[in-house]
Structure formats: structure tokens, C-alpha cells
Design a protein around this ligand. Structure first.
Ligand code: G3P
Length: 218
């Protein structure tokens, strides 16, 4: 399973990369706006840090506009993956871009039907939004598992990115169903380290070691 960070914050990305467990990054207009940085400059900086797939989203909603923005974004770095919203124009743009060898990530996916269209268009990645489904009392994980099953049935090459992840249980459930990638906020990645028994164990080892040192000193 690959781990992506869902952030445009350089400090968070640096930390994750230093831990050696981050394979890529996803951003969206909200995450970039939060940083207040120049968009293309920030995408370049993230690519240089991660040296893996970095999703950057188009703003245009029409086919021509999306394709134009996608080509510009793809020219920033070999690592750029162009995020395209799940609309008819978006799917048409994905088809064009996939023929040109530009990597795409179909975003704002909330149903297996939409995920089938993304795969048929030749998307490199598809991003079902789990947390936002849960937010409206729908079962985000169920939607994700249906997409995994359908993609396995047909051997679709599009990789599934479990997105809109809110807590470590989302990560575990996605991993159990064999999803390709989970993209998560830095906070969720940090939480994955935590276990009270680990902290208690470290404390006990250190105190026993201290006692041992005092004993051998005598
Ligand atoms: O980047 C797409 C997705 O992960 C957004 O998550 O938490 O805003 O629903 P969220």
C-alpha cells in the first residue's frame, strides 16, 4: 500500500519524506489556498521534495480549459499528476490527456459508477472521497470496497486513491480491502504512530535500564 500526504504544507511533507514512508502527495485548491503560496511554485517545490506523484488540480471546468491547464501543470515536473473533476468534460479531458501520456487523477468521486467512467477514460488514478460520504450519513467505506471489487473484476489499471481520510481506522479499513493508495492529512499519519502500550513499554525499558546502571556502578 502506498501512502500519500494530502497537504500542500512543505514542513509536513518534509517530515513525512524524512520518515521515509511517503510515496506521493495530493493537493486540492482548498489545501493550496490555505498555504497562500504561488500555486505553480508550490507544486514544483513539492515535486522536488517528494520525487513521486504529486496531484495538482485544474480550476477550469470546460474541456478546452482543463486540457490547457493540465498541459501547463504537467510541464512543471515529471512528477505532476493532473487532478480533474468527475464531470463529462473532465472525463473527456482525461481521455485526451491519457493519450498524450499526461498522468491524471479523477477527483470528487462519490460512486462506483463514476469510478467505472474514470477507469474507462484511462485515468492513472481515481480518488473516491470516503470522509465526505460519511459526513452525509452514507457509507464511504462501502463505496470504496465496491470500487475495489469492480476494478479487480476487470483488471482496470487505474490505481485507487482512498481520499478524504479522517482517522487511522479509515486507513486500516482501506488497507484491508487492498486499496492501492491512501492519501491522508499529516495529522492522521502522525496518529498512526501512536499506541499507549508503546509509550508504556519505552518508559519501562528506560526505568529498568536506569536501575541496572545504578546497580553495575556499585
Ligand atoms: O484532496 C481530496 C480530499 O482528500 C479532501 O479531503 O477532508 O477535505 O474531505 P477532505
Amino acid at each position: 500500500m502506498k501512502i500519500f500526504l494530502d497537504t500542500a504544507n512543505l514542513e509536513e511533507i518534509k517530515k513525512g519524506v524524512e520518515w521515509g514512508i511517503v510515496d506521493g502527495v495530493t493537493t486540492n485548491p482548498t489545501l493550496v489556498a490555505k498555504e497562500g503560496a504561488d500555486f505553480k511554485q508550490r507544486v514544483k517545490e513539492i515535486c522536488d521534495l517528494v520525487k513521486g506523484p504529486v496531484s495538482a488540480e485544474v480550476i477550469a471546468l470546460d474541456y478546452e480549459g482543463m486540457v490547457k491547464e493540465a498541459r501547463e501543470l504537467a510541464s512543471i515536473s515529471e512528477y505532476v499528476v493532473v487532478k480533474i473533476p468527475m464531470t463529462p468534460d473532465g472525463i473527456k479531458a482525461v481521455k485526451t490527456l491519457s493519450r498524450e501520456g499526461i498522468k491524471t487523477n479523477v477527483t470528487l468521486v462519490f460512486s462506483p459508477a463514476q469510478a467505472i467512467l474514470a477507469a474507462k477514460a484511462g485515468a492513472t488514478y481515481v480518488s473516491p472521497f470516503v470522509g465526505r460520504m460519511d459526513d452525509i450519513s452514507n457509507d464511504g467505506m462501502r463505496m470504496l470496497s465496491e470500487i475495489v471489487e469492480i476494478y479487480n473484476n476487470y483488471g482496470f489499471e487505474t490505481e485507487i486513491i482512498a481520499a478524504s481520510i479522517r482517522h487511522p481506522m479509515h486507513v486500516i479499513e482501506a488497507a484491508l480491502m487492498g486499496v492501492d493508495i491512501v492519501t491522508m492529512p499529516f495529522e492522521v499519519l502522525e496518529k498512526m504512530f501512536k499506541h499507549p502500550m508503546t509509550d508504556i513499554g519505552i518508559e519501562r525499558f528506560l526505568s529498568d535500564w536506569k536501575k541496572y546502571l545504578e546497580k553495575v556502578k556499585k
